[in-house]
Design a protein around this ligand. Sequence first.
Ligand code: DWN
Length: 408
Amino acid sequence: MEKSVCRVSGDALSSLVNFGNMPLGNGFLLPKDFDREYFYKMAVGFSEKSKMFQLIDQPTPEKMFHEEYAFYSSTSIRMAEHFKEFANSIIASEYLQSKDPFVVELGCNDGIMLKNFADKKIKHLGVEPSKNVAKAANEKGVRTCSEFFSAELAHKIVEEDGKADAFLAANVMCHIPNIVDVVEGINILLNDKGIIAFEDPYLGDVIEKVSYDQIYDEHVFLFSAISINNLFSQFDFELIDVIHQPTHGGSMRYVLAKKGVFKIKESVIKLLEKENLQGLDKIETVLKFKENVEHSKGELVTLLKKLKAQHKRIAGYGATSKSTTILNYCDIGPDLIEYISDTTPIKQGKLTPGVHIPVVPYETFKENPPDYAILFAWNHAEEIMAKEKDFMAKGGKWITHVPNVRIL
Ligand code: DWN
């Protein structure tokens, strides 16, 4: 068994769920780069001290987030609406009362959320290490610097812009291995009444829905309210509110402030009770999850092989980072899946990481639809179903693996 160390508490970490050799979740590539393709052993551990569910090994941030980063947040209309709601809820909240507030967002991607602050002329700064998406944000009028956030950068921001009133992040905190340094940076950046509001895929949902595809290189952690309270209490912060979100297959928005500054909402007490009942603080829960993941794999492979034996054509819908975990863990390649359609130009014409299934433009799906489409972007199911009525009307069927493998 591999041994590693918890990134929050420093105690020993054993690998509990093993996914085998895994390429980068967003490592879409051309045949000329096959011999240079990067793989690592993907496995999950759980610290009984920090209660943090985390990857044992993670590729370096520079390998994952660079000038060719393949994910642009604004590919989903629903997500744009979601981030507008997130921004407006902060602007209207009891927490952002300063006359001239200053808001910093970590990992602002192409500016999908900060744009809402920029449009209202609210002082803001996006910190986004991937240069291509940071450029897209700047072009939208979102003030963005392309750097990794750290205590050092926090000092620099305070020197240039003063202390911040709010620190925001969405689908970012769970990507950061040196999370303790980042919380230290937040502690430097915020004023005494400053708040932290961030959201990430929620461990409770992943366990319940067996959505193991939320585990990939970029997601070094899957958080719970229990683990977040433990982590931030090191810097005297506490959870003051939690709001469950339907995004990304079930996410949690965590709101924190310095201890005693704001009242702790009932939502926090209720969620902590629920998590205790669900066992999100127990290693046994992770071991049960492992069994469920193995079962899900068996079901999916059996279904695809059965359909293939019936000469059905199967394609994928959405070349998500999540699909990299499913395809490589289940060893599903071009022999089973003809192509994966995706609306993101940078992914099109390339092959999926590891198993090398062609990624094609969305138009291919429209013009040459399969009999069955695996919903790799299952977290956007509502948006996709609404626009793919034609596919279904012509007899096309969807396959999903959450919460269990089935044809929809
Ligand atoms: O945390 C992360 C989340 C927010 O986004 C990142 N680490 C990486 C990324 O993960 P993902 O790739 O699993 O995210 P999505 O949002 O599930 O990706 C959707 C993909 O599907 C995109 O490549 C766009 C594509 N898509 C499509 O082809 N047609 C999406 C929709 C809604 C569509 O209709």
